[in-house]
Design a protein around this ligand. Sequence first.
Ligand code: AHR
Length: 502
Amino acid sequence: RTARFTLDPAFAVGDVDPRLFGSFVEHLGRCVYTGIYEPGHPSADETGLRTDVLGLIRELGVTAVRYPGGNFVSGYKWEDSVGPADERPRRLDAAWHSTETNRFGLSEYIAFLRKIGPQAEPMMAVNLGTRGVEEALALQEYANHPSGTAWSDLRAAHGDKNPFGIRLWCLGNEMDGPWQTGHKTAEEYGRLAAETARAMRQIDPDLELVACGSSGQSMETFAAWEATVLAETYDLVDHISLHAYYEETDGDRDSFLASAVDMESFIENVVATCDHVGARLKSAKKINLSFDEWNVWYQSRPHPEAEESLRDWPEAPRLLEDNYTVTDAVVVGSLLIALLRHADRVAVACLAQLVNVIAPILTEPGGPAWRQTSFFPFAQASRYGRGRVLDVRVDSPAHETRKFGEVPLLHATAVRADDGTVTVFAVNRSQSESLPLEVALHGLELASVIEHSALADADPDARNTLAEPERVTPHGVGGTALQDGTLSAVLEPLSWNVIRLG
Ligand code: AHR
């Protein structure tokens, strides 16, 4: 059977905020050290940044880059990370049982973003685990105040005369999680977040602030947490965060391929909770969503070597270095489709993380950097998914999954760019069958298919490795046609597809 939908510019979801294509750099494992920063590496620039990695990050098209954590931020003393690098203290990082050298810190993070290019925007988290209002204000003053105060003059003395201009701030990280240093109840966190937000806004009312939502839809406190936190912070914050990671378990690949069903319901449930609180407060304001951690992550796989090495508090150990398959990349593509389908409320989203740690880019210390399979859907979505998301309601053959019941085989969205071109992003969730697709185009002046690119492989477990870094790349698909206002294509089994029309 054929899957179908109709595109009409009169029916749109909303405009894509470029920050939907954000990412995340945490002081965790080798994300920073030997990931983005490795003095002495053959490609390192004068500041120690790996230019091979910078090139891949530019190609990936990331926008907002969240920093410095993650769980790390809940024990973070930002003052340790500024000033002369060789005078910075070494500290135990309780979150990841590692030693933090602080050789890379706040100033290096801002310099790193500037080297990526103007599209890269800082998204800084403050520590609301072990710290509070005072330290957040000090960091804000150090980072953003022009000059003439103790903290801003210290920044200048450290070599950064110009303020960093950080607009987007996270008020802590995963404070609902019992694993979090300084974990809090919703009431405790809601009050602290509100008071931190109020104080930060007293200095600068134009900041954009993100309150911590739940670490996952399956948390016992989910939804009640958001309602309690927002009751305290509704007028003081702009966004609430969502985090979600997916993996294949028990060989149940059909459910894994349908992970976006969970992501979409998570988004819709958080939107409903935000709007419920808004209604109770009789507020016209809408709270948006910051999906600031999402990805495939094989959390349930044991990593005994890593656990062993952590006993000695290593520097930059190999942690969470998942090597992604074609199947994982198709799921990442489907999660991107889920985010785009909710572009009216998801203003920020961060692929967690950027390099080495559950990341689209892998590196070897002293060696090469390469693209994981998941690199490709992200890069293509960031490049062609800018503009206005059109409303896509699919009529698709479906199949039964263990976790989600009946699920359509087609998962799709479409984005119309300012120049009138339209890109269809589509996933075929069937592991064995090709899926014919027909799209009726109404009110769109489109003459032809510019390109149909797909990521699929005879081996759905194929990966890009150090030995074979280009084993998996997207390929062109022939036979896709636009005739008499109808696009027709065939989607390979278990595939991510990008069809551009102009
Ligand atoms: O991204 C890895 C970790 O996942 C982050 O540190 C934490 O916020 C989440 O639990």
